[in-house]
Design a protein around this ligand. Structure first.
Ligand code: KG4
Length: 338
């Protein structure tokens, strides 16, 4: 009998629902919240309210697009954390209510596990997936981690950021350049036209496999401040070169630690995940890094890099097969690593 899992994601500013049959994606509906654009960042209270409005139509649409009935569902997987508590409460409460009404199992999913496992979403029966153990560079707006993935339910963090995440470095530097939130995709677009060797920013010297991005942010800020004193139009005149130089520096920081990690933990496959893995420069750098070392690179389709429920459903499917179930009294959690 086939296993049909509904995934629900509401940890930040995307309300998403997806249906997977035996790991094959039948639908993946995402309602992105535009309301935050005017504020230069996600406003938690507004996010919760938007999730509340979106959750019923998004779930209904995911079930409709999948061509199944809600009575056909085997189980419901939902993101329990980490994320914004008010946002998580919407998805968690909805998932619990639906599971009770359908009398089917409920599975709680760690959002970070879901990003790491996004490579197992099959778009058709033939889709290939990674082999364990593999290494995952998880780079998003809230996290930057090097994870050793031993099995779908056994992951070890080898290193992680001690301050800002890679996505924050993109977004905060973009903000001082006057670009809209989130700035990552704008930097990516501008960088394609710029000279990446033009500007030099500080790089961290953190021992081990941990990351740090706050020094780069400060150094970027100081460069802009000093140059603007000499020429008030400095930023507008040098947008592309600034973006390209910033992107190059972030990539160098990411690759430097990954290089150390594969020396310590030789693996045959490396995957990337999280919003920053949508970045063209990062994708190319990882592909080159792996090609040079004879390592298989798993670069996700762009639609699976940012928050989506298909990754929650696949992580839920693994947990379901492993016999894991969520209890109704389990509350969402704002913080946790992996
Ligand atoms: O995984 P994600 O959707 O969720 C959070 O962690 O919240 O990641 C969002 C992050 C943002 O910082 C955004 O700027 C970044 O991913 N991002 C990018 C690109 N697309 C999204 N950063 C650089 N280049 C991109 N193309």
């Amino acid at each position: 009998m086939s296993e049909i899992i509904l995934g629900i994601e509401s940890s930040c500013d995307d309300t998403s629902a997806a249906v997977l049959r035996d790991g094959v994606m039948l639908s993946n509906v995402i309602a992105s919240q535009k309301v935050h654009e005017n504020y230069g960042g996600v406003v938690p209270e507004l996010a919760s309210r938007a999730h509340q409005q979106n959750i019923v139509p998004v779930v209904s649409e995911a079930i409709r697009q999948a061509g199944v009935k809600k009575e056909d569902l085997t189980a419901i997987a939902f993101t329990r954390g980490p994320g914004l508590l008010g946002s998580l409460l919407v998805g968690t409460s909805f998932a619990k209510g639906l599971a009770i009404s359908l009398d089917i199992p409920l599975i709680d999913v760690n959002h970070l596990h879901a990003h790491v496992l996004s490579h197992f979403i099959k778009t058709d029966e033939e889709s290939e997936t990674p082999h364990f153990p593999y290494m995952c560079l998880l780079i998003s707006g809230g996290n930057s981690q090097i994870v050793l993935v031993k099995s779908p339910t056994d992951m070890e963090i080898l290193g992680q950021t001690i301050d800002d995440a890679a996505g924050e470095a993109f977004d905060k530097c973009a903000k001082v350049m006057g670009l809209p939130y989130p700035g990552g995709p704008h930097i990516d677009r501008l960088a394609a036209e710029g000279d990446a060797s033009r500007f030099h920013f500080a790089k961290p010297r953190i021992p081990g496999l941990d990351y740090s991005f706050s020094g780069l942010k400060t150094s970027f800020l100081y460069t802009l401040r000093d140059e603007k004193k000499k020429d008030p139009d400095f930023v507008t005149k040098n947008m592309a070169d600034l973006a390209a130089s910033l992107q190059r520096t972030i990539i160098e920081i990411l690759i430097d630690k990954l290089d150390k990690a594969v020396k310590e933990y030789p693996v045959k496959e490396i995957a990337i995940g999280g919003g920053v893995s949508a970045n063209s420069g990062v994708r190319q750098a990882i592909a080159d890094f792996c090609a040079k070392r004879g390592i298989k690179a798993w670069i996700p389709e762009r639609r699976f890099t940012t928050d989506n429920a298909a990754m929650v459903a696949i992580a839920g499917a693994f947990a379901f097969r492993n016999g894991e179930r969520a209890r109704l009294e389990m509350p969402p959690y704002a913080r946790v690593t992996i």
